[in-house]
Write a protein that binds this ligand. Structure first.
Ligand code: ASP
Length: 453
């Protein structure tokens, strides 16, 4: 069985919805279709994703400034979709009624009432796609994740999938009808709607794949394949045919928006491969994301880059001999709620790498004070405006000289490397530099490791 998830651009208008349905029908193994809310249309400029409109509606409600424009925009879009697909007008009326009901029930104090409205984009798309399949004579069934038992809870700032979810969803593998399943939301144990973070329909697809023991999880988007470098840096970067879960996780860490990073967990356990495919060109090979790669033809798989890192650098003679000092330092960060990304150490020094967004100037003052008063650390410097450029590839481990080549490529560009990180598993090599050098660094490294592309 194959579980397919279609993103917002793959369902943005009637033409795209038809393509998505055709894809489902082209292979009998495709039995479950996870849908996002309508996304950006290629021929409407500027366009707004339905989820963005729904979120704006909530913000307006919270400020007591609700105008009719947002909900009208949503209603027009739903009506356009149903009429271009020649679906009965009662469906549009029903969807509009549901939207009005959810807006009416909004309560500033109730996160669940807001979640239910944000999830309306996926819910309504599920209804439309089901109706579209039925109108073509295909036995299809709309399954609301809340009724099917996709159970969620909020834990440590993340939406957690409760274990009974997999048991509850497993029977879907026995269904005769084609299942249409809205992505992005589920139900709490208290019976309330809860959503994942943005882009979360990917996670729904992964959960279903694991629950029904799918052979493959296809993630349909609007591009042929994942590229080795974000096009923001390299215009025609090499397309990737295959990458491992590990490589994907590393690349997703900074800036690679391949698939929602939390979507890997459910499929990793069951070793279910993911294929990223293009709704606009279903024949393109796409990119496979697998547990273990079968052939590694390049040292590097991709280069990722990200900004707004900050280093906090501590110096004290022979700090590396003080037992427990690292944990005391990191405890202060933990107590202050600052997420630590990396901790490179020297003989007389410790650096802590954090994201600037999580480290305000006020926090810096408090941190400096605590490090000084509680641990007697006197030499503290904080450097903001740092970038991370990361080379990722399963091929790094077994190749000699990758670091030398990368460092030389950066040196030839007169780029000063501020920090280097490479751990035991050697799947990624991370260079820190000043943010303004990031784009040049990516180009230099790409030329070095992807010469003929
Ligand atoms: N519609 C939601 C979003 O725009 C979820 C998704 O598309 O995956 O983030």
């Amino acid at each position: 069985m194959i579980v397919c998830k279609f993103g917002g651009s793959s369902l943005a208008d009637a033409g795209q919805i038809k393509k998505a349905c055709d894809i489902m029908l082209a292979d009998r193994e495709r039995r479950i279709m996870v849908v996002s809310a309508p996304g950006i249309r290629s021929n409407v400029i500027p366009d707004t994703k339905m989820t963005d409109r729904l979120i704006r509606l909530i913000h307006q409600f919270e400020k007591d400034q609700m105008d009719q424009e947002e909900s009208l925009g949503i209603k027009v879009r739903l009506t356009e979709l149903t009429s271009s697909l020649e679906l009965p007008s009662e469906l549009a009326a029903e969807l509009i009624y549901e939207l009005d009901r959810l807006v009416f029930e909004l309560d500033a104090q109730s996160p669940a009432s807001k979640a239910a409205l944000v999830a309306f984009g996926e819910w309504s798309m599920g209804r439309i796609v089901t109706a579209c399949l039925l109108s073509r004579g295909i036995p299809a069934r709309f399954v609301d994740p809340r009724d099917a038992g996709l159970m969620l809870a909020y834990k440590n700032g993340l939406t957690e999938i409760l274990p009974q979810t997999y048991v509850n969803l497993a029977p879907l593998s026995l269904e005769e009808a084609l299942i249409v399943f809205p992505g992005f939301y589920g139900l709490t144990e208290e019976g309330e709607t809860m959503t994942f973070s943005r882009g979360g329909s990917d996670i729904t697809g992964a959960i279903l794949s694991a629950a029904v023991n799918a052979r493959l999880y296809e993630n349909w988007t609007d591009r042929d394949s994942v590229l080795a470098v974000n096009p923001e840096y390299i215009e025609h970067a090499a397309p990737l045919t295959e990458m491992s879960y590990r490589e994907m996780r590393e690349l997703a860490y900074i800036g690679f928006s391949i698939i929602h990073p939390e979507a890997l967990e459910p499929v990793i356990e069951k070793n279910i491969p993911i294929r990223i495919c293009n709704t606009n060109d279903p024949t393109a090979p796409g990119t496979r994301i697998v547990a273990e790669r079968t052939h590694i033809d390049r040292i590097l798989t991709g280069i990722a880059a990200g900004d707004e890192f900050c280093t906090i650098n501590l110096r004290r003679v022979l700090i590396n001999q003080e037992i427990g000092i690292l944990s005391r330092i990191l405890n202060i960060f933990a107590e202050m709620g600052i997420n630590v990304h990396h901790v490179p150490t020297g003989i007389d020094s410790v650096s802590i790498v954090v994201k600037e967004a999580q480290f305000s100037l006020e926090q810096e003052l408090v941190l400096r004070h605590r490090l000084r008063s509680e641990l007697g650390l006197e030499h503290i410097t904080a450097v903001r405006g740092m970038a991370v450029v990361m080379l990722v590839g399963e091929g790094i481990r077994d190749t000699i000289g990758v670091m030398a080549r990368a460092a030389t490529a950066l040196a030839d560009e007169q780029i000063s490397i501020e920090m280097v990180l490479l751990d035991y598993f050697e799947i990624s090599m991370l260079f820190m530099m000043r943010s303004y050098e990031k784009a040049r660094a990516v180009l230099a490294l790409y030329r070095e490791f992807f010469p003929q592309d």
